[in-house]
Design a protein around this ligand. Structure first.
Ligand SMILES: NC(=O)N[C@@H](CC(=O)O)C(=O)O
Ligand SMILES: [Zn+2]
Ligand SMILES: [Zn+2]
Length: 429
């Protein structure tokens, strides 16, 4: 038995209340009024006690879009190092993308991921499976077998599905199995060799720019296909004003579409890129200030349902290849909460409960997970956060193997200090 005393917990109204949380057998056994002494009768004399006085305790954070790189790219990250990084960032459930080597387009690879995740025992890892074999866009994978082997949805993240008929077939199949299709929206014929967004930065440095339509054209196409097939369609890493407009309209007429947004697309525009440093290169790229404003508005009005990190570790050697040659992607687990807390909650722009909900209960709702609630009977997946601790982002201190972040040197508040998964402490400062 484990008891977390004097925790600040958000209630339904979004207010903070003091609670004692009693954990037994991996689940939340009871929640007591924190203004009273916790009752020893209910707690056993040998209970382990963690005093959370002055700290926020939330349901464990959920990240529905991450890259763990195993199998195949263990030099970038492993399931173990990625899980540790997630736990350190306050996450207890993460969903990993299939652009591994081999691609997660088969039951064997799904099993390997699940086994390694269990072995690491740090966070719950939910694997996605590929839509097409080797993510080549030519032939659908065996959706039934992949569902049977534990896939929670289908996606070719890393690339867009270029062929509309292929996407329609995938959606029809997924719908018949009650599974979601999760889309990386990118029309290759509009991207060419772009490495940053169209805009001032690209012009100044003579780089080929990626236009907003390359994302939005897939969003529009897929919304029509989702309407025709009735599938649950989820849009990855939304970054443009145009995509948001399309999703908002689709939702308003009852099409089953949901969407995610990343911290970097809420915080950075192409104007912020300081120079030719590939730690600022990710897909989709940082867009205009106007797109950033649209992402923030979309999140607040519910058009964008959830926040994900798109944690995408790469090595320093790869990122040293320069803006044009380096791979796309930045790490995200260990900075996500402090970034958003400091820049949106501390500044008074968002309620604390808005931030917490979009990283807990909302992702659980979108994907039908039992996690994301701090309630009696729920799994004891919990995150304790010190909202007042201030620290500077230092990639050398990261638990992830990746050092690729544009946020180095940012002074932030709201750092997770302890993470519980199924009642066990999986990370503590
Ligand atoms: N987001 C990225 O910039 N990169 C991701 C791929 C992806 O999410 O599309 C990766 O796998 O590195
Ligand atoms: Zn992607
Ligand atoms: Zn991704």
């Amino acid at each position: 038995m484990h008891i977390i005393t004097n925790a600040s917990v958000l209630n339904e109204q979004g207010e903070l209340e003091k609670k004692h949380i009693i954990i037994e057998g991996g689940t939340i056994h009871s929640i007591q009024d924190g203004n009273k002494e916790w009752s020893a009768a209910e707690v056993g004399a040998d209970a382990r006690i963690t005093d959370a006085a002055g700290k926020l305790v939330t349901p464990g954070l959920i990240d529905m879009h991450v890259h763990l790189r195993e199998p195949g790219y263990e030099h970038k990250e492993t399931i173990e190092s990625g899980s540790r990084s997630a736990a350190k960032g306050g996450f207890t459930t993460i969903a990993c993308m299939p652009n591994t080597r081999p691609v997660t387009d088969n039951a064997e690879t799904l099993r390997l991921i699940q086994d390694k995740a269990k072995e690491a025992g740090l966070v719950k890892v939910l694997p996605y499976a590929a839509i097409t074999i080797r993510e080549l866009g030519r032939e659908l994978t065996d959706f039934e077998a992949l569902k049977e082997a534990g896939a929670i949805g289908f996606t070719d993240d890393g690339v867009g599905v270029q062929n509309a008929q292929m996407m329609k077939d995938a959606m029809r199949k997924a719908a018949s199995l009650g599974m979601p299709v999760i889309a990386h929206c990118e029309e290759n014929s509009l991207v060419e060799k772009g490495c940053v967004a169209e805009g001032k930065f690209a012009e100044r440095h003579g780089l080929v720019g990626i236009p907003n339509e390359s994302e939005a054209i897939h969003v529009g196409r897929d919304i029509l296909l989702a309407e025709a097939t009735g599938v649950h369609y989820h849009v990855c890493h939304v970054s443009t004003e145009q995509s948001i407009r399309l999703i908002r309209q689709a939702k308003s007429i009852g099409i089953h579409v949901t969407a995610e947004v990343c911290p970097h697309h809420l915080l950075l525009s192409e104007e912020d890129i300081p120079g030719l440093d590939a730690n600022w290169k990710m897909n989709p790229p940082l867009r205009s200030r106007r797109d950033v404003e649209a992402c923030i508005e979309g999140l607040l009005d519910g058009t964008l349902d959830i926040i994900v990190t798109d944690h995408a570790p790469h090595t320093e050697e790869e990122k040293a290849k320069g803006m044009e040659m380096a791979p796309f992607g930045i790490v995200g687990f260990e900075t996500a909460f402090p970034l958003l807390y400091t820049k949106f909650v501390e500044t008074g722009l968002w309620d604390l409960s808005t931030l917490v909900q979009r990283m807990t209960v909302e992702p659980a709702k979108v994907f039908g997970l039992e996690q994301g609630r701090l309630e009696v009977g729920a799994p004891a997946d919990l995150t304790m956060i010190d909202l007042n601790s201030e620290k500077v982002v230092d990639p050398e201190q990261f638990a992830t193997k990746g050092r690729n972040t544009p946020f180095t040197g940012w002074k932030l508040k709201g750092w997770p200090v302890t993470t519980w998964m199924n009642g066990n402490i999986v990370w503590s400062e």
